[in-house]
Design a protein around this ligand. Structure first.
Ligand SMILES: Nc1ncnc2c1ncn2[C@@H]1O[C@H](COP(=O)(O)OP(=O)(O)OP(=O)(O)O)[C@@H](O)[C@H]1O
Ligand SMILES: [Mg+2]
Length: 307
């Protein structure tokens, strides 16, 4: 049975289509599985991206969903379209701008729901509202409850340190993906190439994001006791451009996830950045001026930083 991923948010312009197109390319190439995209965005951005950029072997469908009709029509239509597509692929990715007229039940059709959000206050508030309204889905006791992954997107370097994804703000069970950083390459590569091949912070952060989604998929598959996913298959190019192992579940991501309701699939990129910043702050101040208590406090904060 195909593994179904919904990429959605109610807010426009947060990076759903960029994420969808690039995730399809990443999964298709790095896992070597049959991946299908259903693009429900009327603009067709993610499907256009995959159609115009070098082929990755994914099936691309740009379909209409009558989201504004209300009632059961959109959900029936979505189920039908998904059933057809899922019968011929291993992974199905759907790009959808959520609308209040859609019934939350639609989310139960998916194994994983990715919600991209930037970390600006206005978008965090919108994301928090969206997730709170659908808390009954993500906190439901149903075994069909989808795994929720909050995906920070368009994140600026100086925002990496902010710890905004708190339980207070998002009172729902979720995993936190490594951030996809704001980068010119994400705009330049539209219809031309993929972020996974970019040699900049955009590419680096996206590859790490892709690994985390693969890890989260394996967690979900283990939870639902589906057959294990095949070993991550690397192309030569991937292998040479990565210094970290590309078998995320074996790399300890799974081992370190606590059994609490709020999970974090944190990025090595983010951890390294924070560590570097902390080091430079400590180095930039004279230890003599700082005094021992302040120095120890900083050290303790550094060691116990909640990443
Ligand atoms: N990581 C990134 N860095 C820089 N720009 C980005 C990034 N991700 C997306 N963008 C830009 O942000 C804009 C919105 O992106 P995108 O179309 O993917 O969002 P969306 O959520 O699908 O929007 P819509 O709701 O209109 O469908 C585009 O101009 C895109 O190039
Ligand atoms: Mg879009």
């Amino acid at each position: 049975m195909a593994f179904k991923i919904l990429v959605t948010s109610q807010k426009g312009g947060v990076g759903k289509s960029t994420l969808s197109a690039n995730l399809v390319a990443y999964l298709s190439r790095s896992l070597g599985l049959a991946v299908t995209l259903i693009d429900w965005d009327p603009h067709g951005s993610s499907s256009n991206w995959l159609k115009q950029a070098p082929q990755v072997g994914a099936v691309i469908q740009h379909l209409a969903l009558p989201v504004d009709q209300g009632g059961n029509r959109p959900i029936f239509e979505a189920r039908l379209q998904m059933r057809r597509a899922a019968s011929e692929c291993d992974i199905l990715v759907c790009d959808l701008t959520w609308s209040d007229s859609l019934a939350g039940e639609l989310m139960f059709e998916f194994d994983m729901v990715l919600v991209p959000t930037s970390v600006s206050e206005i978008e965090l508030a919108a994301t928090s509202g969206f997730l709170s309204r659908h808390r009954w889905v993500f906190d439901s006791a149903s075994p069909r409850r989808p795994m929720l992954v909050v995906c920070p997107t368009r994140v600026l370097n100086e925002q990496l340190n902010s710890d905004v994804f708190t339980k207070q703000r998002f009172p729902v069970s979720f995993m936190l993906a490594p951030p996809i950083l704001e980068a010119q390459s994400a705009r330049d590569l539209f219809e031309r190439g993929y972020l996974m091949d970019a040699h900049d912070i955009g590419g680096e952060s996206f590859r790490e994001f892709g690994q985390a989604i693969c890890a989260a998929r394996e967690i979900r598959m283990a939870q639902t006791q589906q057959p294990r996913a095949p070993q991550v298959k690397l192309t030569e190019r991937d292998a040479s451009s990565h210094r970290v192992p590309l078998t995320p579940t074996k790399a300890g991501v799974l081992d370190t996830i606590p059994s609490s309701s709020q999970y974090s699939v944190l990025g090595r990129y983010r951890q390294r950045k924070i560590a570097e910043e902390k080091e430079s702050v400590v180095n930039s101040r004279s230890l003599a001026n700082m005094g021992v208590p302040e120095f120890l406090k900083r050290l303790a904060r550094g060691n116990s930083a909640k990443l």
